[in-house]
Design a protein around this ligand. Structure first.
Ligand code: AMP
Ligand code: MG
Length: 415
């Protein structure tokens, strides 16, 4: 007959911030690789990128209109002779002399002699001659050479995550191939004799494996590559074998089997493999049992089995680790913002609680709408949740309308 697990010595329950620090201290950026800039979206830049030219390449017009001399239009209305027509991408063959103008389209290089662009809206839009109806300060409507980038400037810094704007800048400096951090591979295993997989027949006492799939999706969202190890029976031997088969991956995540139940074998398996365990327990709810261990050089995260605890601990501890491994150097942890709760909240008060909410922008303020159920086994309570309201130890009730610290784990929603 199996017995409950004995409590471990040095089993200090550490605060969330300390756990996050200790996780990040264990992670080094992985190696780098070169990819086409068109494949770089979602990766982390691992070199400084310099501008190759001044952008814009020369002074050019920000508006459709007429390249003029500011002195010529100082006392409007004035009529100027239009001596050339200049679409974007062409270079003027003539010089703007007193009394003349060149018709010019947005983006075209400024012709010599002109110092100002009279936008078409303040003219009669003429083609042989143009009447300008308002004066302009010298330099109006001109984008200066190098206003965007100067040749040689660092325009993207090593460690920057590459989103849409960064990809645009890579294109803008003609950087066809770019050095990025390697994507970590993350092995995912789900422990539990009761766990059945998608497609298996439901039977009394069985629980569908949702964790492997939500974790795989979270791994992808963080930019890494999931490797599915599957369901592991609750025996020490099976757990050891599963961990051994996962050692090729950069990180290993398991769900379940880390509490003090008679069939929680993750810790025993890690001990048997000679793993160096960094912590067992974090002072939080959901997700108190969270294991961080180093096994044969790999970082191992043992997450609790409850679907909500599993996702919350991934977001707080593993997503930052993946970002760092990919080469990101700042903004590793999810941001904490102040939100106003739309309804009252209860907490046991025995541990810091992370309550699931939907953070919405209401009349310009961030409002947290609590999920109806806060049970750590209620997977549907994570649907649409993009925030975790922090309720500290000792606090058992939060009134509606209170301002509370909230971890943002997804984009703020509209309603
Ligand atoms: P454990 O942490 O192993 O004690 O599991 C806690 C709870 O989480 C149990 O009710 C399990 O049935 C549930 N659970 C464990 N693994 C999974 C999984 N892969 N998918 C969904 N629920 C799970
Ligand atoms: Mg279990």
């Amino acid at each position: 007959m199996a017995t409950f697990q004995p409590s471990r010595h040095n089993e200090r329950m550490i605060p969330v911030e300390e756990a996050q620090e200790r996780v990040l201290a264990e992670v080094e950026p992985l190696g780098t690789e070169q990819v086409a800039f068109t494949e770089a979206h979602g990766r982390v830049l691992r070199e400084d990128v310099h501008a190759r030219y001044d952008v814009p390449h020369g002074d050019n017009t920000a508006m459709d209109g007429y390249a003029v001399r500011a002195d010529d239009i100082a006392n409007p209305p004035v009529t100027l002779r239009v001596i050339e027509n200049l679409p974007a991408g062409t270079v003027a063959t003539k010089r703007v002399e007193p009394g003349t103008a060149i018709r010019i389209m947005t983006g075209a290089l400024m012709p010599e002699g002109a110092d100002t662009v009279a936008h078409v809206e303040i003219t009669d839009a003429g083609s042989e001659k143009v009447q300008v109806l308002e004066p302009l300060r010298r330099g109006t409507n001109i984008r200066k050479r190098g206003e965007d980038m100067h040749a040689g400037d660092v325009v993207l810094v090593d460690g920057t995550p590459l989103h849409a704007a960064e990809v645009g800048v890579l294109a803008g400096v003609q950087k066809p191939v770019v050095r990025v951090g390697r994507r970590p591979t993350v092995a995912i295993l789900s422990t539990g004799d009761e766990i059945i997989d998608v497609g298996d027949a439901m039977a009394p006492g069985k629980v569908l494996n949702s964790n492997s799939y939500s974790l795989a999706a979270l791994v992808c969202e963080a930019g890494a590559i999931p490797r599915m190890i599957g369901i592991v029976p609750d025996t020490k031997e099976a757990t050891i074998a599963a961990i051994e088969s996962a050692l090729e991956s950069d990180f290993i995540i398991s769900s379940g089997g880390v509490s003090v139940g008679a069939y929680d074998f993750v810790k025993d398996a890690l001990d048997a493999l000679g793993a160096e365990t960094k912590f067992w327990q974090v002072a939080m709810k959901p997700g108190k049992p969270v294991v961080l261990s180093r096994v044969r050089g790999r970082l191992y995260f043992g997450l609790p089995g409850n679907p909500v605890s599993c996702m919350v601990s991934f977001l707080l501890f593993i997503a930052p680790a993946i970002r760092k491994a990919m080469g990101q150097t700042s903004n590793l942890l999810p941001p904490i913002v102040q939100t106003q709760v739309s309804a009252s909240l209860k907490s046991r008060g025995d541990r810091r609680n992370y309550l699931r909410v939907r953070v919405v922008a209401r009349d310009g303020e961030l409002v947290s709408v609590p999920m109806t159920s806060q049970g750590s086994g209620v997977s549907t309570s994570m649907v649409q949740a993009n925030g975790l309201v922090i309720v500290e130890t000792g606090i058992t009730a939060v009134e509606a309308g209170s301002i509370v610290p909230t971890v943002l784990v997804g984009p703020v929603q509209t309603f």
